[in-house]
Design a protein around this ligand. Sequence first.
Ligand code: ZN
Length: 1065
Amino acid sequence: MALDGARGARDEESREKKKKKKRRKKEEEEEGEEEEEGAEAGGSPSAATMGDGDAGGRGLAGARPRGTERPSAVHGRLVLAFAVCIVALLAVTALAVLLSLRFDGCGPGAPGGAPGLPARGGNASFPGPARRDPQAGGEASTPGAPAARPPSDAERERERERERERGPEREPEREHPWTHLRLPGHLKPLHYNLMLTAFMDNFTFSGEVNVEIACTNRTRYVVLHASRVAVDKVQLAEDRAAGAVPVAGFFLYPQTQVLVVVLNRSLDAHRNYNLKVVYSALIENELLGFFRSSYVLHGERRFLGVTQFSPTHARKAFPCFDEPIYKATFKISIKHQATYLSLSNMPVETSVFEEDGWVTDHFSQTPLMSTYYLAWAICNFTYRETTTKSGVAVRLYARPDAIRRGSGDYALHITKRLIEFYEDYFKVPYSLPKLDLLAVPKHPYAAMENWGLSIFVEQRILLDPSVSSISYLLDVTMVIVHEICHQWFGDLVTPVWWEDVWLKEGFAHYFEFVGTDYLYPGWNMEKQRFLTDVLHEVMLLDGLASSHPVSQEVLQATDIDRVFDWIAYKKGAALIRMLANFMGHSVFQRGLQDYLTIHKYGNAARNDLWNTLSEALKRNGKFVNIQEVMDQWTLQMGYPVITILGNLTAENRIIITQQHFIYDISAKTKALQLQNNSYLWQIPLTIVVGNRSHVSSEAIIWVSNKSEHHRITLDKGSWLLGNINQTGYFRVNYDLRNWRLLIDQLIRNHQVLSVSNRAGLIDDAFSLARAGYLPQHIPLEIIRYLSEEKDFLPWHAASRALYPLDKLLDRMEKYNVFNEYILKQVATTYIKLGWPKNNFNGSLVQASYQHEELRREVIMLACSFGNKHCHQQASTLISDWISSNRNRIPLNVRDIVYCTGVSLLDEDVWEFIWMKFHSTTAVSEKKILLEALTCSDDRNLLNRLLNLSLNSEVVLDQDAIDVIIHVARNPHGRDLAWKFFRDKWKILNTRYGEALFMNSKLISGVTEFLNTEGELKELKNFMKTYDGVAAASFLRAVETVEANVRWKALYQDELFQWLGKALRH
Ligand SMILES: [Zn+2]
């Protein structure tokens, strides 16, 4: 699954912005940790400040009103539906309690969270005693029977999880096995037959599911997941032929989202049963489960139904054992009107047409798989197709106009190549006969890796070469590389439980870079871009006191959503990269091949991976206990900063110390957990020694103690550099003498240090200064060498580090001093590189990516910090577009030009962009036009845009969040967005609350740049009003704002003083 905006760094609009957002987002998501101390952590300078830079964007915004009543009506309905839900929930709870005492009176209509559902019959009706009136049974299940065979690591893991979840204090509840987070584990699904009938005219569906179940422990209850479905009938039979097992009753238990079937007698261990459930539900107008979406074709609105089951929403589409460990085979049939087509994980085996214009598609049976990456869709899309060398049919489905334009061709082409790449890299063939990619208008994530039917939001897969920038192409590419990787990591081998979701997400994220290098060998993604887009970004987050370990405990249902955060994705990827580097890439690759081969069609926990990798190392004559090393990195939050103190003594000794890096050192004392723990890591520290003419070869020192002495020969003028090419997940600090030598080296001849080392130094220096480990001027001195820098990455690192600083200072009186200093560093390169002249075509990319990205970065810096020439150029380009009605603005800088134009020019330009936003059909263009509207300086326009953002007819649900966040990034709109957010919180929370990361993204995006005492107070007051909702995100927000406020109090003067002096010289 790719979180939206994951690619942040290179997003259309000033990517900087995004990145920062993402970080925020991540943070919020992570917030997981919820210890109070962590939450307070606040204050200090460091951490927080991650602002974002909107370079391009001082955004304004606005969108013209259109039918404002509509959304409120929709909202009204939502509220009503919600109210009905609550009532139903209360009723059902009461019922459940009753039933748990006496199984009677469970009427047919009772259960269900599908209010107002027309009782449309499933096509299956079967006789039998649906619910009878048993004599209440108390004797519940018989937990704890020993497993039949010795448990594998994965199983032990699962058992441990279950134990933890049961907890000693829960002992008495065991007799109510439906009240726990995890399913009881007495039953195991083997195979599902699922028959659905979808009514696209009223957005309902009915279903009949037949599940073959193996009973591993005697039990009187069948407990499986179901949510928001109305269950009509439940029937249980032994081994199909052996006849019915009388069902005493059944009920839905909404608190844990389960369906409980109570039996008159216990099921026997080691026997198989068949459970049949007939049910119906809504095809919801939201983003999870089986939901609907729409688009307009030739003026006519068309609908489609698609699914998003990860992590826990399959249960909204059919009753099932909705945990990743319960792998089973699935045979799905979908009946729908013949005007639609249906898709699922497997190809259609047969289609049966009926006279009434309906058709039933029967899909082939899947291999063993978990429920969360099962999928189906009903739509009237068209497709294009290709086939891999090994015979896998790859199709891209999208709305017919996009297919006709060829907008899916790029994705189709690279998907074919990527399947070939992964088959070769993993030495495991792709497992299914086909892979469909489906581009949908609305989706809660950037994409979801459903096996054989991966679903993407249009903006992450459709690409129109005539209007797409390199950044957009990169975004699309990496999302696709990510999802294809999941066909192996995630789908073929699946994490045991959600705490190790980082295993699949970290790998998929890491492989985004490896796979893109395969497609574009000159881009050096894994060696370079990884640093800025992953490592630097996540270290910002993970340096907060309220971070959490990458492997997160999942103790309650809401934790499951929370584990999909940037720590899981990016820290996961960074740790995997560190591991690959210290193992050596080829050994690492062989280890992965073994891991996939051993665990295919099954589940694996992290220790299974560590063991396989240790084995691979052993075969190469190296003995490292990978589990021991990696546990420190995955089970402890945060990361270390290594400090290397030079040879002050005569014996050429250096002192290396490690400590937990925290942006806000005072947060450490507040956070009890941090106070009491002194974290230590085993750190693979690579090191070189150099001087003006020579650099030593790389050595590795494993640092495992708090403080260690090492012998290294250092001449007087020699510097040390640690963490070569930033392959390690830690920061390195030096004594000031060494910093000065490094700065001197950069200025005299920066090429002695590699591109990655230069970018790494920049990021470390800014972060160390932010945290108070270094004087504020050190990073600013480092970037002085940039006028000679011709590589993209160091510029990118600098630009990313500067934007948060910019956001902290942008409303200050002395802001101009900062602004001027940055402009001065940018000027030479800006003039040297100039503006792109032509649009490139598809072939561009290979050769010119680095150069074009560098030019774009510098133009973005120049325009956003107010370079006059840059402003003129942007204005001229926009005016030319308006007067000629021909858009000749180079693709790669369109977002910058639009945003700059909107912020500099008058309302007419805003209106023009607004009009173009409505008329354009290319999704990439639509997105940057919308974001440009947030760049205005005009507060009326910004307010107008904010109000329009909630109108789903105008702005897609997933884009509304971006509008609000971008307005918050605009110094002229920050307070407007903040106020809007508070005023509309109830609406926003209703809309996005369930997709937790969207809510988190919004909360952090709106608050991350608040930095005054007043704003902090407003935030805290607001939280009192809305106590409890999204608590973790808000606590994180408070920590961040406190840190912003404190950084300003502590360091702002020091910074301005130095800048003033620097400019005078
Ligand atoms: Zn993913």
